[in-house]
Design a binder for this molecule. Structure first.
Ligand code: F6P
Length: 493
């Protein structure tokens, strides 16, 4: 098949420039690149279609056609879309239907080969997918990644602040584009069943999609990068082993230095609930007898004692962690060290697995939960929040691949952790089934296979045409066609 990924925002280049440095260059780009490469490895011809940027400050994105070194079958196609310079994703809306999609169609017509199927990413890709379906008679699948209504919820949208939020985020365009994408897509792809029910069940999407309708959805989880997260030692492992040993010497009582370690490696964010984990450790003498607790923080040499460089929110969390350590006399049982990139993280997981350690993520809610799967992929068993995606990845039928715990209940967290660090047999079983779980279900190859099954199905079918018209503003963005704020208010409130 010839498959095109529609991803106007952010951009792609052989060096993955700006990844994680800019909000438009986040996980979605990793997802698209990995799935595209895995599809090409199965013999398909794949294009990642994005925006052309001719801007001296963003020099990587000027060429119309590009490729990843050493990867066959994937092209990066950059199509003009509005002004030449970089635009944040919130400002792309007026240029998609007027320039990006027509220029893309022209590009393919000139080449003489239109892709068989399209996969559309985020609301801007989804809108473009619907415009293509109507113009070219080609089906598309829609992957929302992050939906506008949930972002409005997080920003506490109200009738009072709606105009202000609109000014910055253009939610009226985004929510309408999402509704069009949902209505027109041949299939909607979600990472978990919960994402489908919770996100697509939001009242802002009523009438555009029924989250209970099995014919409209496919649950296809994303994958772990097995090139990085695997049990095989790399040259980084020696340095990381030394870093951990040095932290053990500095922070942990001598007689406890070879204990298993409970490691929390997520960023310091209240939602990740580090405090719940520290409380569980503080309140369980049994757990303290079995293991030490480690917290990793990017960029700091001695994170428990010198953390002035952190942001004020992060500092506030560290203050509370240190207060708990003081109050419960956990000095000598708690360590902290820095891990600065994915390769270091994977090396730390491998090193810690050697002393029968365990990965802990006790977040209040975790939409998907890739981090515990990454740890498991390196051989470290995981104890994870039961709220969100992990409830689907860690358990299937009566099989358990990681231990689910209630993040609001320190006793339950301690019980879950003790099941691993307190029992060498259980620990080994969890290590084995953890690796098996990742390799059999959570790799980008599996993700690509899931997409390919759906795309093969759709290929022969006529594209789905949504019942309501695509709002005219998207193809003719004049002031008269502007989407009234009242339309957004009626959908959202
Ligand atoms: O890259 C990760 C991602 O989820 C993208 O899908 C999107 O660009 C961004 O983060 C989130 O966008 P928003 O804050 O607009 O929902």
């Amino acid at each position: 098949m010839h498959i095109a990924f529609l991803n106007p925002q952010g951009n792609f280049d052989p060096k993955d420039s700006y990844w994680t440095e800019h909000p438009d260059f986040g996980g979605q780009l990793v997802y698209v690149k990995e799935v595209a490469i895995a599809m090409a490895a199965r013999g398909h011809q794949v294009d990642i279609v994005t925006r052309q940027i001719i801007d001296p400050e963003w020099p990587e994105f000027a060429d119309q056609v590009d490729a990843y070194p050493g990867v066959e079958g994937v092209r990066i196609l950059r199509i003009p879309c509005g002004p030449k310079g970089f635009l944040p994703k919130e400002q792309l809306w007026p240029h998609l239907g007027t320039e990006w999609v027509p220029a893309m169609i022209k590009f393919y017509e000139t080449e003489g080969q239109i892709p068989d199927v399209f996969t559309a990413h985020y609301a801007d890709g989804g809108l473009s997918g619907a415009l293509i379906a109507s113009a070219l008679d080609r089906p598309f699948v829609f992957t929302g990644h992050s939906l506008g209504a949930q972002k409005m919820d997080k920003l506490n949208a109200s009738r009072e602040n709606l105009a202000e939020l609109e000014e910055r985020f253009h939610f009226s365009r985004r929510i309408l584009a999402e509704r069009v994408s949902m209505e027109w897509a041949g299939r909607i792809i979600t990472s978990t069943y919960q994402e489908r029910l919770e996100q697509y069940g939001h009242r802002a999407y009523r009438g555009a999609i029924d989250p209970q309708d099995d014919t409209r959805f496919a649950v296809i989880p994303p994958g772990v990068n097995r090139r990085i997260f695997n049990p095989d030692l790399t040259e980084v492992d020696k340095d990381i082993a030394e870093r951990i040993t040095a932290a053990l010497k500095r922070d942990i009582d001598p007689e406890r230095r070879n204990f298993p370690i409970v490691i929390a490696s997520s960023r310091l964010d209240a939602k990740k609930n580090h405090l719940g984990l520290v409380r569980a450790f503080a309140e369980s003498s049994e757990l303290q007898k079995a293991a030490n607790l480690a917290i990793t923080i990017r960029g700091l040499k001695d994170p428990l004692r010198q953390y002035d460089e952190l942001s004020s929110e992060e500092k506030a969390i560290m203050d509370q962690i240190v207060a708990l350590i003081d109050a419960h006399a956990l000095w000598g049982k708690t360590l902290a060290f820095s891990l600065n990139n994915q390769a270091e993280l994977a090396a730390a997981y491998r090193q810690l697995a050697r002393q029968r350690s365990v990965f802990a993520l006790t977040a209040l809610y975790e939409p998907f939960g890739l981090a515990p799967l990454e740890a498991m992929s390196c051989g470290l068993p995981a104890v994870v929040t039961k709220n969100g995606g992990p409830s689907e990845s860690m358990v299937e039928g009566d099989r358990e691949f990681g231990i689910l715990v209630d993040p609001a209940d320190p006793d339950d967290i301690a019980r879950g952790l003790l099941r691993t660090v307190g029992s060498p047999e259980q620990w080994k079983t969890l290590q084995d089934v953890g690796i098996e779980r990742v390799t059999s279900k959570y790799t980008w190859e599996r993700t690509a296979e899931g997409y390919l099954r759906v795309l093969e199905d759709l290929r022969e079918a006529a594209p789905r045409m949504g019942e309501s018209k695509i709002p005219s503003w998207f193809t003719n963005p004049t002031p008269e066609n502007e989407i009234p704020l009242e339309t957004l208010a009626n959908l959202y409130f």
